[in-house]
Write a protein that binds this ligand. Structure first.
Ligand SMILES: Nc1nc2c(ncn2[C@@H]2O[C@H](COP(=O)(O)OP(=O)(O)OP(=O)(O)O)[C@@H](O)[C@H]2O)c(=O)[nH]1
Ligand SMILES: [Mg+2]
Length: 317
């Protein structure tokens, strides 16, 4: 029985592969980035069946890395040749997200609509359900998950990858797969249009990539232009500021000179006025002194004359 494990990064694909094979064949650990990078096949036996399990990296990522994804899808088809009996779409039994909702759409885009007839949804983290049954879990997750399950013919199974000793969970899963195979017209999934679809995807990717590069180039050029204009504006602004500053300095200098000149003139004027005042005072003082001197001389003369007359009079007497 050839089984392909599909699902988002960290969904528990490798852990489920190990549970199916009953031993650690695929590296599985908690990680935010992808642990499994390329498709790997391991063979083993479980519940009396020969198993060929193909573990895959995240082939359902709708964004980016499409070239790598196409390469890995080719590898996956090659490893499961002539075709897988079942695709196991691995979903952790936690809150169902929009990303997981998109996983089925990507799966049909990659492998074609027929893949739905060969798909069983495999819930991992069965231990986190606790007392809740998988049916109860499905009922509480809302319409999106129910629609996804309906698209896969309501085939689902839950695994607790922490309990590798529980063989019944593997046996029950293999029985569900066998029931599905029995109900299909073809025993295993054959994708005749795979190559054409992959080429289409690659072309689309190339076109998207070219578009992206073109947009990137345009963005780069526009950023460059913006930077250049900003630089030019800055230079212009700085030059304008320099001019304004020089003009301001010139005007300030002029104003200072004008004020100094006015002050000098004012001081000169004050000095001249003071000089005149002093001259005036000096002249007044001199006149006063001259007059005083005249008066005194007159007084002396008068006194002298009086004395003289007095002496004359005495003499005559
Ligand atoms: N408790 C619990 N942990 C699980 C279960 N299944 C997987 N895990 C843990 O989930 C983590 C991721 O599991 P992986 O098997 O590495 O996931 P993956 O889908 O292979 O991831 P990538 O290879 O990165 O794409 C690991 O630490 C597993 O031990 C489970 O049923 N119960
Ligand atoms: Mg893995």
């Amino acid at each position: 029985m050839r089984l392909v494990l599909l699902g988002r990064t960290g969904a528990g694909k490798s852990a489920a592969g190990n549970t199916l094979l009953g031993s650690t064949q695929f590296p599985s650990r908690p990680s935010l980035s992808a642990v499994t990078q390329t498709c790997e096949r391991r063979r083993g036996e479980a519940a009396g069946r020969q198993l060929s399990v193909i573990d895959t990296p995240d082939l359902l990522d709708s964004r980016g890395r499409q070239r790598d994804v196409c390469l890995e899808v080719r590898r996956c088809l090659l490893l499961s040749s002539p075709g897988p009996h079942a695709f196991l779409l691995v979903l952790p039994a936690r809150r169902f997200t929009d990303e997981e909702k998109g996983a089925l759409l990507t799966m049909t885009e990659v492998f074609g609509e027929a893949v739905l007839n060969h798909t069983v949804v495999l819930f991992t983290h069965g231990d986190s359900l606790g007392q809740e049954t998988v049916q109860q879990y499905v009922d509480t997750q809302g319409r999106d998950l129910q629609q996804l399950l309906e698209s896969c013919g309501n085939r689902y199974h839950v695994l607790n990858n922490m309990d590798t000793g529980d063989h019944t969970q593997v046996t029950q899963l293999l029985e569900k797969i066998e029931d599905m195979v029995a109900g299909n017209s073809l025993d295993f999934f054959v994708d005749q249009d795979a190559e054409e679809r992959l080429r289409e995807r690659e072309n689309r990717y190339r076109e998207e990539e070219e578009d992206r590069k073109e947009r990137e180039e345009l963005r780069r050029r526009s950023e460059e232009e913006q930077r250049r204009r900003a630089e030019q504006l800055k230079e212009e602004h700085e030059a304008q500021q320099r001019c304004q500053l020089e003009e301001l300095r010139r005007r300030q200098g002029e104003e200072q000179r004008r004020q100094l000149e006015a002050l000098r003139r004012e001081q000169e004027e004050t000095l001249r006025r003071k000089e005149k005042e002093l001259q005036l005072q000096y002249q007044e003082q001199r006149q006063r002194l001259e007059q005083e001197q005249c008066e005194k001389t007159e007084e002396i003369k008068l006194r002298y004359r009086t004395q003289h007359q007095e002496l004359l009079r005495r003499y005559e007497e």
